[in-house]
Design a binder for this molecule. Sequence first.
Ligand code: ADP
Ligand code: ZN
Ligand code: MG
Length: 476
Amino acid sequence: MNAVEYEPVIGLEIHVQLRTRTKMFCGCALSFGDEPNVHTCPVCLGHPGSLPVTNAQAVHYGLMIAMALECTIAPRSIFHRKNYFYPDLPKGYQISQYDIPLGRDGHLGDVRIHRVHLEEDAAKLVHAGSSGRMHTAEASVVDFNRGGTPLVEIVTEPDIRTAEQAGDFLRLLRATLKRTGVSDVNMEEGSLRCDANISIRPVGESNFGTKTELKNMNSFRFIERGIDAEVARQQEILRGGGEVEQETLHYDPATGAISSLRSKEEAHDYRYFPEPDLVPIVPTEEMLERARAELPELPAARAERFERELGLNAETARLLSFRGELGDFFEDALGADGEVEPATLANWVTGDLVARLGDTEPQQSKVEPRALARLVELVSAKTISQSAGKTVLDVLAAEGGDPERIVEERSLGMAGADELEGIVDRALEANPQAVEELRGGKAKAIGAIVGFVMRETKGRADGGEVNRLVREKLQL
Ligand code: ADP
Ligand code: ZN
Ligand code: MG
């Protein structure tokens, strides 16, 4: 029998911590890294008789996210209690949304969004001792600072087919959420967390296979690797004649091992019921208008505009729009000086500038947008050479300043015709073999001569002009 080819089917569930000042249903401050259990009150500790009040800013951010993902907004959505017992959940239930989420039926890129809803985060369990996993820890302690933090959960349709596509979707989602300003989307700090639902099916089959759920992976690389590992595991099971069991899994990025957290039999029955202590969310025209008005141009649209209007290639357009600050800097530079060609400027920003600044946003650097634009203009006009331009950028990144002054102070201007002629003469004298080869028709030999001139001028010569002079002098 031929080996059956399988196709992965993947749906993602993403939790986003909202960047509000206070928690979802009480006035406690949001915090990260503060002393444990200092941001608590009767509401988020679940004391009897305490009453929750919905955070209006969280609803506003929720609406912005639902709109950014082009969801239909529910005219009236309600909160439910999702009941389960766990030490990180003092009330014995999580307040979430169930049958009527804030938004539904949206999309981001070519992945459909099933729903977007509001909920609260659980507290943080810290497993002390050994491996950090609960069943091997010596003790577990709880930090209630995180309990009650506003979350938006985003659930995709099972439209994703490869680990790479999952990674691409998540990178676009992260850039989109960052640009809207609703979350700091910091994966290490857990403000963006992702679960991946994974199944496989024979190519050509229209029904889905049994899915497993990979829990809480906190880096895009680990998510991609975890999906690949789980797809391989399921393929091995099916090829061996077995069946995939519906379960929740943990992927260990250090070892690549996949282990079971709970099986279908242990699945919770959450006994959802409407939260009686909270009023429904009924967005008014004014609330909707305010959310819409606060949405900036989103990365996907911006990349498209950079390609269409400015003629940037897809990769560069994506780099500039996925790192919004980089795109802002590029547009500021473009606006500062009408003479620069957008694609050339974009290459300087995504190439040489990023190489010098790393993860530091250019706004936090000493390079002014206008200075970079002027530098690119000087290079384009051949007032300075490409290599001198890079030297100028080194200076701009280290000290800031004005490109023309830097060129003048450091004598970085292009070597003049007289100077160049003398140097080319010396280059020909110093490289008799290359001259002979050139005369014999070996065009490549010019490299040695150009190299000599570049060394002599410290890169201040125009390669084309040197070429021309050499050919003229050798009457080639
Ligand atoms: P559950 O009821 O188990 O929570 P849902 O239907 O609510 O499952 O879907 C949860 C997530 O799993 C969604 O992202 C969805 O796209 C995805 N999903 C559903 N069925 C499958 C499947 N067979 N294979 C892969 N992903 C799936
Ligand atoms: Zn509180
Ligand atoms: Mg579900």
